[in-house]
Write a protein that binds this ligand. Sequence first.
Ligand SMILES: Nc1ncnc2c1ncn2[C@@H]1O[C@H](COP(=O)(O)OP(=O)(O)OP(=O)(O)O)[C@@H](O)[C@H]1O
Length: 286
Amino acid sequence: MSDASQPVDDVATKVDEGALGSFASGVQTTEEYPLRVEGLRKSFGGITAVDGATFQVESGSLTGLIGPNGAGKSTTFNLITGMIKPDAGTVTFNGEDITGLDPHEVANRGMVRTFQIARELSEMTVLENMMLAPQRQRGEELWRSVLPGVRNDVREQEEELLERVWEVLDFFDIDHIAEEYAGNLSGGQRKLLEMARALLTDPDMLLLDEPFAGVNPTLEKKLLEHIHELREQGYTFLLVEHDMDLIMNNCEHVIVLHQGRVLTEGTPDDIRSNEEVIEAYLGGNV
Ligand SMILES: Nc1ncnc2c1ncn2[C@@H]1O[C@H](COP(=O)(O)OP(=O)(O)OP(=O)(O)O)[C@@H](O)[C@H]1O
């Protein structure tokens, strides 16, 4: 059974008191390092995409996961979030072994990744996309739904959701395009919508896979401001991004993957001057 039923009192609770306090249940982290990946391994036929990757991500950090093309970054993301199952190794989130869980089970525990807006969602408005975003089932809410007379009114829940949706749209400055079809948005606006949908699930940690690809500099700046604001409120971010300047200027910690394992990790300054990293990138045809 889902550990989402664990009473919130059981864990150290870091309550978000920022601008999102009104719609988020509060960022809850039980650990200094909420995400721990150990000995993760995955092969596709003869190709070992992830080969014993071991790292951890500090609570409230913006951590960058970088590496040359084919280093295993996307596969690592997919393994962490349950999109694919590892051949070996463990993924621990907030102290719980979540290895091999399905994506919705991982999301229910508070870790989500952004998804590109699928084709069928392009034919819906921004508002409809938000209303259809998967909702995190926290334990307390499961209980509320079965206790007679306690907030089990569907209309009341829909109204609450709508209120949260507008707050998130407002936070990302996309409330004015709520009635626009998602398919008509610019690349940058789509990225904002993808992040807004992820945030609506009320996560503690977000995994962002190239969130700035195709985003113009103005929107990139805006998106980065949102990420920093959320980080200050206690959200934890793991970011895969090819733009090295962006990683170096925004992440406080950088993990370098090479050939499916961690080559090194450290501050941007450590990484920038690391000979092994330079060599890996030169050999990696970046
Ligand atoms: N489903 C799959 N089937 C076969 N091989 C795969 C599959 N997914 C990934 N690979 C291979 O695993 C290796 C790692 O791929 P992955 O996409 O994880 O790397 P990456 O670091 O995200 O690369 P990039 O920066 O180019 O996006 C590559 O050699 C890739 O071709």
